[in-house]
Design a protein around this ligand. Structure first.
Ligand code: NAD
Ligand code: MG
Length: 385
């Protein structure tokens, strides 16, 4: 049997670890092409050795000497910097897991798309920022874009074999995050440590904060808008605190299909890795009797305005989603650094969107330019001279 070639962008992160855990369990079936990280050379080298990767890449060039040293004598190539990351992502692979966090993952994800294989997309910020630039590249290259984000993977499964013309609603479920029961007085003082403690999922810091502000659901709304083109008016969000129903599709005849599973990213990752087949995961079977209740309620867009901002950005189109994403990345980083109040994150995103409305980007270079300019302006607004 020929082994399937796989590259993992963001191998040292939460999505990377979940992916490698699955690969480890069926090691004989996979051949690792590229593993990448931002700056953690030691951890990356450890993984590259364990999985006999062809190449290991650190995005941060200053970490390259440490990576070279850690891989000396192994025959595994080491590289560093943005260009090397793109080069590694463009190496032929059957599957590329796009697991970098933020718009930093856009250029390597686009490079993987250009080589025409299957892209298992976790890096939602890349699709939110690039929108049609990415979906057009997928169509042109013949790549297969499979969503790993649990909601979109659920929708993808619920849509299987159905025509989008029959869809009445696509409903994204949201856990509501750790602060879903908090009043405004408490939200204002929420700390980074409280925000990254998600009740259901174990994830990287940035997406955990996004879950707390509900911007994660906002980004996912835009992600769904591009992956499943039924129109923004057919996309809805519902709060479902147990995170068991991962999303739903309602058809014109009144049938609603939902995908259920444990809150473990190995399930949607396995679905994308094995598609159109299925593979085993070590996840505990769903015990609905033990869970007892599945509850649902409408989101509160007054306390958590991020979903409204994202819906408006999706409807505005053009550069708005890229500006929203860039402003959010900068604001979340400032919050994590203790320099911005929790409730100021969405407020800052709204301010940046109101003050910076560039023309629609039509190429990867233009998306990256909009992202850079929106970051610069957001930082300026946050720290006036
Ligand atoms: P993480 O912070 O745990 O890992 C991020 C990875 O990206 C690491 O390998 C890191 O080294 C790398 N990275 C960070 N900055 C980089 C840069 N500037 N250049 C190159 N590489 C860089 O994040 P995560 O939780 O694994 O999330 C990754 C992506 O998957 C995000 O877009 C997130 O929204 C999405 N996602 C994550 C989960 C989850 O459960 N963790 C679920 C759904 C979607
Ligand atoms: Mg999700």
């Amino acid at each position: 049997m020929t082994r399937r070639a796989i590259s993992i962008l963001g191998a040292t992160g939460s999505i990377g670890a979940s992916t490698l855990d699955l690969i480890r369990r069926e090691a004989g079936k996979w051949r690792i092409v590229a593993l990448t990280a931002n700056a953690n050379a030691v951890e990356l080298a450890k993984l590259a050795r364990e999985f006999s990767a062809e190449i290991a890449v650190v995005a941060d060039e200053a970490s390259l000497p440490a990576l070279r040293e850690a891989l000396a004598g192994t025959g595994i190539a080491a590289a560093g910097g943005g260009g090397a990351l793109v080069e590694a992502a463009s190496r032929l692979a059957d599957v590329t897991v796009a697991g970098i966090v933020g718009c930093a993952g856009l250029a390597p994800t686009m490079a993987a798309i250009e080589q025409g294989g299957t892209i298992a997309l976790a890096n939602k910020e890349a699709l939110v920022s690039a929108g049609e630039v990415m979906t057009a590249a997928v169509a042109r290259s013949g790549a297969t874009l499979l969503p790993v984000d649990s909601e979109h993977n659920a929708i993808f499964q619920c849509l299987a074999g159905n025509d989008l013309a029959h869809v009445r609603w696509i409903t994204l479920t949201a856990s509501g995050g750790p602060f879903r029961e908090w009043p405004l007085e408490r939200l204002v003082r929420a700390t980074p440590a409280e925000a990254v403690k998600h009740p259901n999922w174990s994830m990287g810091a940035k997406i955990s904060v996004d879950s707390a502000t509900m911007m994660n659901k906002g980004l996912e709304f835009i992600e769904a808008f591009h992956l499943f083109p039924v129109g923004a008016e057919r996309l809805r969000i519902i709060v479902h605190p147990q995170s068991i129903v991962h999303s739903m599709v309602e058809y014109r005849d009144g049938s609603t299909l939902a995908q259920l599973g444990p809150s473990d990213m190995r399930v949607p990752i396995a679905s994308a890795l094995a598609w159109p087949e299925r593979m085993d995961t070590p996840c505990a079977p769903l015990d609905l009797a033990a869970i007892g209740e599945l509850t649902f309620r409408a989101p509160d867009e007054v306390l958590f305005p991020a979903t409204r901002l994202a819906r408006e950005a999706a409807e505005a189109g053009g550069a708005a989603p890229a500006v929203l994403n860039a402003a959010n990345e900068v604001a979340v980083a400032a919050f994590l650094a203790g320099k911005l109040a929790f409730t100021a994150i969405a407020a800052q995103v709204e301010e940046t969107l109101g003050r910076f409305a560039p023309p629609a980007p039509t190429s990867l270079a233009e998306v990256i330019a909009v992202d850079a300019e929106a970051r610069y302006r957001t930082r300026e607004m946050m720290e006036p001279a």
